[in-house]
Ligand binder design. Structure first.
Ligand code: ADP
Length: 603
């Protein structure tokens, strides 16, 4: 478009200028030369009239006019003009064009009248005799101050106009040639001038459309060339800046998207200008769909909307915590909103960072509960010890039997304190290395570890006449931390015996199953009600507190079992039915341990 407009504008301007100049110049030159032509014709007629005057003067002076007619005709033929001699009264004496009516007087003719008054007269008029338009030049014939007559030379005006027409044709031809040449030259010049501009314009249009890898080809050394080179430099600069900006933008987006925290940026009208993936997950939004929409329209998480509104209203930071329903249930969100400015001190929008602090808050609760539980567990034996020491000191020292009974009680509570502290320390050690990487494991014969655990429980089993039946392939090996696994099994066997009646049986079985070593401790005891099962592995959780204490339990046994399983890279599970018994399973990864068929070893 620009090419057409600029090209035709310039070309039409040049052409109009050229044609106007040519027309003006032709007109001026034509006028001048035409005047010159007429002047020349008149000069010629003047000379011919002067020659005629000399011939006629003599004849008129001497009144010998008989041969004048012949002389005039001869002269007329020689000069190629019409010649007329008139008497002073205006009558024709001789005329090369023929004989006029004798009565006709020519004094009224303008050229004769002028000649009578000034000696010279000129006129262009219609000739009555010839019926043509003629150009006349007349001279008065004077002799010694006496007017004798007039000598007149004339040419048909057609001869003059024919010369004029021929001259005009030549002039027009020359002007047309010059015009054509000029137009062609103007075309070349305008094209030369507009071509780089057109290239510049199309490159600029391409840049506006987002294509920055084009350059204008300019060879000219003039201002247009300078403009083209400056344009290319600008495009190059723009390209580099754009590349840098795009890279930085991509990096920023990648960084934002890789953040664990949700980030939402809104403008002053609360329209979302950015939403990272984490924010999309927390608010259950698709970032692509949410962009450009007001935040209150796309999310129902009111605390986030309120934080944004408060920040935009007051221009300050807002911080709050809220419980929201997330994909995996209730979540605790820490919401930080801060304003962002447009660089001129105005609030242009707000950035909100959402942090899922559910785990943190849960851990805080666990820690608080744990401290409370530990304090509570320790308080009972410590209070008892303190009370009996006081009583001993006050009175009972004298009564030896009483004192010994009190010391037994103090010793029992001290033992209980020791057990609780031992269990807590075990748990703390296990928690320090929750991943199996830190736990030293060797390939052990599983049956040996089971037997060792049974041995540890033998005294209680014998006392309660409980039979512990072990089933395990004696050749089965597994990568184990034997002391820890033994402790876990002792805890499970102890619980099983506590839940069982005297004289009953407890089973301890181990076998490979789907890449795991599965160790089961099964009893036919009181069982556990379903509502307790999800919490049974929590620290200090007990189904029946009194019963647990009775057996000297700390409420930490199953928590220790769970952590030992985790430390082996495995897990623990339980199935139970009230009145029928429970089965606790340890699932420990077997790795490269050899597989073996089950065998039964009874103890
Ligand atoms: P405790 O020191 O009290 O045994 P544990 O953590 O070992 O603590 O066990 C937690 C609770 O789980 C016990 O108090 C008991 O109520 C219940 N429990 C554990 N094992 C069994 C089982 N085999 N049969 C029935 N209840 C059990």
């Amino acid at each position: 478009m620009l090419r057409a407009r600029l090209f035709w504008k310039l070309y039409a301007g040049c052409a109009a200028l050229l044609l106007l100049t040519l027309a003006g110049a032709s007109w001026l030159v034509g006028q001048r030369l035409e005047r010159q032509l007429i002047a020349e014709v008149e000069q010629q007629l003047h000379a011919h009239a002067a020659a005629l005057r000399e011939v006629a003067r003599e004849a008129l002076r001497t009144a010998e006019v008989a041969t004048l007619g012949q002389q005039v005709r001869g002269l007329s033929v020689a000069l190629g003009v019409r010649l007329t001699v008139l008497r002073d009264d205006g009558s024709v004496l001789a005329d090369s064009a023929g004989r006029p009516a004798p009565a006709e007087l020519h004094l009224e003719r303008p050229e004769i009248e002028q000649a009578r008054r000034h000696g010279l007269g000129k006129a262009v008029r219609h000739s009555h005799l010839l019926g043509l338009r003629m150009r006349y030049v007349a001279l008065a014939i004077v002799d010694d101050g006496r007017l004798l007559g007039y000598a007149r030379a004339a040419l048909p005006e057609t001869q003059v106009t024919a010369k004029q027409a021929a001259f005009r044709r030549r002039l027009a031809g020359a002007a047309a040639l010059a015009g054509l040449g000029g137009l062609a030259l103007a075309l070349l010049l305008v094209r030369r001038l507009t071509r780089p501009l057109t290239a510049l314009a199309s490159t600029a249009e391409a840049m506006a459309a987002g294509t920055y890898d084009r350059a204008v080809r300019v060879r000219a050394q003039d201002e247009v060339g300078t403009l083209g080179r400056a344009f290319n430099r600008m495009a190059q600069d723009l390209r580099e800046r754009l590349t840098t900006l795009t890279r930085e933008h991509t990096q920023l987006l990648a960084i934002l998207d890789s953040m664990v925290e949700g980030v939402i940026a809104v403008d002053a009208e609360e329209r979302i200008v950015h939403l990272n993936d984490a924010a999309g997950v927390i608010l259950r939004l698709s970032p692509a769909e949410a962009l450009g929409k007001p935040v209150w329209e796309v999310t129902r998480v009111r605390p986030v909307v309120e934080a944004i509104t408060a920040t935009l209203r007051h221009g300050g930071k807002t911080r709050r915590e809220a419980r929201v329903m997330g994909q995996g249930g209730e979540q605790v969100l820490s919401i930080h909103a801060a304003p962002w400015g447009n660089g001129q001190g105005n609030v242009a929008g707000a950035v909100v960072v959402l942090h899922d602090v559910t785990d943190l808050r849960r851990l805080e609760t666990v820690r608080r509960d744990f401290v409370a539980n530990v304090s509570h567990e320790l308080k009972t034996p410590v209070t008892a010890i303190k009370g009996f020491v006081e009583t001993l000191r006050d009175s009972a020292l004298d009564d030896r039997a009483q004192a010994e009974r009190f010391l037994d009680i103090i010793a029992r509570h001290a033992e209980r304190l020791h057990t609780i502290i031992e269990d807590l320390l075990t748990l703390a050690r296990l928690e320090q290395s929750p991943e199996d990487a830190a736990l030293p494991r060797d390939a052990h014969l599983v049956a040996e570890v089971l037997q060792a655990a049974v041995q540890d429980c033998a005294a209680k089993a014998v006392a309660r006449q409980i039979r512990i039946e072990v089933r395990c392939d004696p050749a089965l090996r597994a990568p184990l931390n034997a002391p820890l696994l033994e402790q876990a099994l002792v805890n499970l066997l102890d619980n099983a015996m506590n839940a069982s009646k005297d004289g009953s049986t407890v089973w301890l079985e181990a076998e490979p199953e789907g890449g795991d070593l599965v160790i089961r401790v099964r009893d036919q005891g009181i069982g556990i009600a379903p509502q307790h099962l999800p919490r049974i592995f929590e620290r200090f959780y007990r189904v029946d507190k009194a019963r647990s204490r009775e057996h000297g339990g700390t409420g930490l046994g199953l928590a220790i079992v769970k952590h030992i399983a985790l430390a082996h890279g495995g897990r623990v599970s339980v199935t139970s039915a009230v009145g029928q018994g429970s089965t606790f399973c340890l699932h420990l990864p077997l790795a490269a341990a050899p597989q073996a068929s089950a065998a039964s070893v009874a103890t």
